[in-house]
Every structure is written in C-alpha cells, then in structure tokens.
Design a protein around this ligand. Sequence first.
Ligand code: ADP
Ligand code: ZN
Ligand code: ZN
Length: 806
Amino acid sequence: MIAKIIVDVPSGQTDRTFDYDIPEEWGNTIEIGMRVVVSFGPRKVQGFVVETTNDTTANKKLKPISEVLDPAPVLTQELVDLGFWLSQRTLCFQISAYQAMIPAAMRASYKKVLRLSMDINLDQLPIEVSRWFTHREAITWDEITETAPHHIRLFQQEIKKKRIDVSYHVKDHVTKKKVKVVKLAIEVEQIDEAIQQIGERAKKQQQILAYFQEYPDPISVTHLIERLETTRSTIKGLVAKGYLLEEEIEISRDPYAHKTFSETSPLPLTPMQQKVINPIYDTIEKKKHTTFLLHGVTGSGKTEIYLQSIDRVLRTGKEAIVLVPEISLTPQMVDRFKGRFGSLVAVLHSGLSKGEKYDEWRKIQRNDVKVVVGARSAIFAPFENLGIIIIDEEHEGSYKQEENPRYHARDVAIYRGEYHQCPVVLGSATPSLESYARAKKNVYHLLPLLQRVNELQMPSVEIVDMREELRNGNRSMFSTVLFQKLNDRLEKGEQSVLFLNRRGYSTFVMCRDCGYVVECQHCDISLTYHRTSHSLKCHYCGHQESMPSKCHSCESEHIRFFGSGTQKVEEELTKVLPGVRVVRMDVDTTRKKGAHERLLQTFASGQADILLGTQMIAKGLDFPKVTLVGVLAADSILHIPDFRASERTFQLLTQVSGRAGRHQLPGEVVIQSYTPEHYSITLAGNHDFLSFYEREMMVRKQHGYPPFYFLTLITISHQELTKVIAVAEKITTFLKQELSNQTIVLGPIASPIPRIKDRYRYQCMIKYKTESKLSTLLKEIIVYFKREISQEQLMISIDMNPQMLM
Ligand code: ADP
Ligand code: ZN
Ligand code: ZN
C-alpha cells in the first residue's frame, strides 16, 4: 500500500502530495488524517496522510514511512478535503491549512543533531568544532546557533566535508498530562490470602492491601500515600510481589475545573424569538443547510436562541460549534453555555496554555463533549456529526485570519454547513455589509429581531461636540455633560462604563513647537509612550528607546506625549472625581492569566464605580447596575485609512451603547466626538442600522468597494526600496494585461505603513466582479518571483478579501 502525504515543507514546489510506502508489517494501521514522519531529502519531516492507494505514478522505489505519530487520525476526511479547498481559495500551502486545524502542541518542531562521522577523529577537526565533541557524542544545531553563532561557518564547512553528520529529528510537543495510579493485580477475594502470605513483618504492605479490600478502585499513588501515610517504596514492594499494578493514565487539564456553574434552564421564548427560531428548527429537522443571518439588536435575546437551537441539535445526537470573537469570550459568555450544557462544553481560546488547548481539543476528538465554544480556529473542531454552527458577532474583523492561511471563519462555516447539511447561524446587532447584502438578495435567510426582550428600551444617546467644549474653555477629556452624569451615578451608587479606543488614539510623543513625532527607525510608525518604564516602544517590531528630553528635529524641550491612553484617563478621573473607584482594563492590566476575570469580578461585585477600558469591554459584558456608558473619542477609528472605517465606527458605537440599560434601570449613553455630524455617529446614536446600511452601500457603490466588488490585496516587501518598486510595478503591469477590462488594478503605491522591521512595503489592489483566472494568475506570480529572486528575501503576500488594508 501507498500513502499520499502532504509534507511539512511550506514551499511552492512541495505543495502537492508525495508517495510513500506503507511498510507491509504495519498492515492497515495507516489511516487518512494521521500524522507521520517521513524522510524528505536529507531530513525527516512531519506529514499528513491524505490518501491511501495501491497506485503510484512514481517509477522508482518509494521510501517507507518512518514513523506514525498518531494512534488515530487527527484530521477527518472532511477536514482533509477542507484543507485542499482552503489552499485553493486563500492561496495558502495545503500544509499550512492542516497545521491551522490542529492544536499548536501537535505542530512538529525539528531538531538538527550533529555527530562526528564514522572514522573521524577529533584531531582532524578545527579546535572550535572539536571541543564540542570532547565529552559528548551529539550536539544540537540550536546550541551552536545560540551560543556560538560566529562558528556557524566552520561547522557548515565540516558538514560539507562530511566530517560531521547531520540527522533530523521530529519532535512532537504534545504533553499528555498523566498521573500514576495503582490498582489491584489480584481479585478482591484473594486479598485475605495475600495478607497472610506477606506476613506480619510487612505491616505497612498489609495495611495497603486492606485498604484495597475496602476500596478496590484504582487510586493515584500520591493519594494513596497521603491517605495511608505510607511510602512510595512500600507500594513498590507490593507491585514487585505482583499484588498491585502500577500504570499511568491520561487526565485532562480542565481550566474550568475550579469553577462551578449554576445550571440554567431554557426560558420560555417571546413571540418574536419564537418566530425567528422556527426556521432554524425546521432546517435541523429536515437536515438541510441554510445560512441564517440573525439581525438582533443588543439585548434582543440572541444568545437564548443560540442555546435553544443547540439544545435541539443535541437531542438529535449531533454536535455544535459556537464561534465568539476572542475579546467577547469572557467568563460571563462561557458561563452561559456551561450553565446550560455543563460538561458537554469545550472551550477554546487564546488564554489557555498550549497544554490546556490540547486537552480541550482531545475532548472534542474523543467525543467527550458535544459543544465547542471558541474563537476563530474552533471552526476546525474535528466533530463528525455537526448539527449547527453559530457565529456570534459575525461582523467582527477578527474572524479573518491575518496570516496564512488567510481564511475567514464564515466561509469555512458555510463549507462545513453544506458538508454536514446543517444550519449556519450568523448573529449580530450590526451585520457586516457583505452579509446583510447577501441576506437582502436571499442568499442568506434573514431573521430580524429588532426589539429588546421584556420591552426594555434602547438606551438614549447624547452626542457631544468636543470642538464646542473646547470653544467654551473645557480642556479636559470629559465634556461637561459626561462629567455631570458620571458624578450623578457616583452619588446614586450606580455604575458607569467608559470606553476608549486605543487604536489611533494612542500615546505618541510630539514636539509642541515644531510638530515632530517620534517614529520607529525600522517601521515608519509612531512610537508609543509607556509610562511605567518611561520609554518609547514600537508596537510592530518591539523596538524600544528611552524618552527623549529634546526634540530630535528642533531641539526644543517641549516634547511630550500626546493623546490619552487608558492610564491617563484613569489619572484624570481620580483627579476630577476624588475617591472614585476605577477598574481599568487594557492590554497592560490583563496580561496575567486570570487578570481579566478578576477585574470583571471586582466590577461586578460593586467594588468599583467605573469600568474603564479598550475594545475588550465593548461587548458581551452584562452588568445590571450599569446605567451610563461614555465613549471618550468616537472618531478615533473613523480616520484609519480603511474603507471599512465608517462601518467599524458604527459597529463599535452600537456595541458599546448596548452595554447600558440591559436590566431594570434605564440606560444613558454619551458619545464624545470631534466630527459629531458624521453619519456613522449620528445613526449609531439613533440605533438605526437600516439607514446606516443604505447610506454606506451608496458610498461603497460609488467607490467600487465590497460588497459591490471583490478585493484582493497584494503586498510586496523587501529591504531595498528600488527592488520593491520594481517588482510591484512588474506585477501590476502583468495583472493589467491579463485581467479583464472590467477589473480595476490599483497601484503600485506605498502601503499605509510603508516600512515594517526595515522592510519597505508596496501594495497593489485588485477590484473585480468576476475573474475566473485570478487564482491561477496569482499562483503564477508567486511561483515566478519565488524562482527568479528566491534568495533575495522578497516577500509577496496575497490577501483575498482583506479585512485590513495596512
Ligand atoms: P443578545 O445576545 O441579543 O444581546 P441576550 O441573549 O444576552 O441578548 O439577552 C438579553 C437578556 O434577556 C439576558 O439577560 C437574557 O437572559 C434575557 N432573555 C433572553 N431571552 C429571554 C426570554 N425569552 N425571556 C426572558 N428573558 C430573556
Ligand atoms: Zn521640535
Ligand atoms: Zn518598529
């Protein structure tokens, strides 16, 4: 038998299957979707079996598979096919698609090991090389590159002369958490006899056997020692005599083990909820694929609809995937699913350690769970009987992966929904324009849910013109209205949420005299001021420098940081509202594991008056005592160079406003802005999605943007500017020649961030309606340039349907 294998060598030439022989004695142990180790040229690499067959087109003798890494397949046939589809759709290598589907712990790492060749003596080698081998037989390549980089060349020469051998090892990172347990090797009835045989001299051993007489179940060694105050050697003695067996068993690290969940039961649905859930039930029953767009305002009870749909699916014996954006995957959100489905739920998010993620994934693979709640990559959960896929906040840009494979979770969901003939539910209070347009064309089935449950009113929104404030002499970051309302809440003992968008409103350092802004010398982007270390950092490359005391340009001493970070706002708050208790949530305060949860708990329990934070507090949170939401600078994303800037602004303001008045107490929202007349701000203030949709569609049509056109963004980067421009021009010219004349090819122009990590960046944008040849052409471009100038570090990245235009 022959296995067709996709090898872990991400390159254009190797992006196809390779045939390997399945050693006869292995019989039928090799299955599609397993990981194996194979020889590839001089090295050993990991590979995925995608087909087994009797045929081969190769005419020479095939190499055998060296090693099998999995006792059972890690990819289902469906996922194997999906990987191929993704490689076509997103122009990634098939291996990258497979790697994205499995937990990071299972991705291989490679170790190069060096040994002296046979018949070589130490004195034949240069001393710098030989000294490594005086006490050791083998050393790893990493040791040399890390501790003696200046000797790399010497080593390379010796390898070339074949005086040193290199072998490659594939390492699996999977660490199953195991415990040692002991259990009886004899029958319970035989214990009496055993105790007698052991005799009085081994009292301790007798005691252990007596324990097993009472509790015959396996017990972990540590427990047994604790419980009987015995020792490891006593247990070992019994094992040696053949009365007990010792073994290791796999246990799960359950990140939620310490928590208890209060059980919830389904709520009787409101008539409006009932109306939108019926079509979903219908597809579940008829085993039919439909993509639904559940357009439900904040607080309309979408989550309850998800829960009850899942319940229906579980009753048919099938499984469910729920995607939630990383930042709304809060403990509160998880509780709602765990509360309803208990231990049937696995959770996958980036806060888990590699090991924990692996364990959650194993629960899915072993079918121990039926529901997975997770961020983007959970869409690849290896369920085999999917009954529903739900994507909450479907408009979120984070569902698109910004590195290879550049897939959008929504597309993958629909692929899987078709495969399993099950519904896909996209939910949002502010659907993406693309999705809403598809719903209007009946490609998706629109389910509107436009009122809050329990007749709760949408919060009233006041938009404050900050220019006016300045004219009236208010120089603080809080408008008079916001300040008064914050004060009022303090007096009443109610809570407020303050939202600050960090992006575009960050703490850059500027000279007040000449306007000079300190930028990263590698990335052409302004550096961010960090108060704690009094230094400047680049958020793209990590470059750090100390805060200058003088302007580099005009030598003025009036150089200081500008704009407000959350820290600055916090300071300001405590100044203007003495005694106020603030919980600040941003990347800095939530870096530690569990910090996120702890901060929210502090706020939820009423130990703070104001929750101040960035994007991460914009959604999903639900606090009964919050009656005021303030947005400090609504325009902060409006000026990002991206055609989705208005859409993002509308979505964000709507989400943030949705945090107020979700319970008995009515809510108020104050939005501060320097461009209060912009439609994305006024319409968010009126909770008017439909008008926003109409308005924004006109803009998109006028400028030829999605959903009227598809976009593909090509970014070219290299250390030399002239090279970048030359290649970018070649590509643009080639595309203009080859593509139809309805298609628009823009560029080449410098990217919005023209340099990152010393690499210059140029881009070219393709706008098209239909272009059947596009994928083929783009692949040709990659192959051509890789071959022509492969050594020269040229990078071409292609993003079909980009979410970010940076
Ligand atoms: P969304 O996800 O649309 O923002 P939620 O599902 O969070 O809305 O619902 C908002 C609130 O209404 C929650 O507190 C939820 O428990 C409650 N709720 C939802 N459906 C019902 C119902 N049918 N009856 C009573 N309360 C409900
Ligand atoms: Zn200056
Ligand atoms: Zn930088």
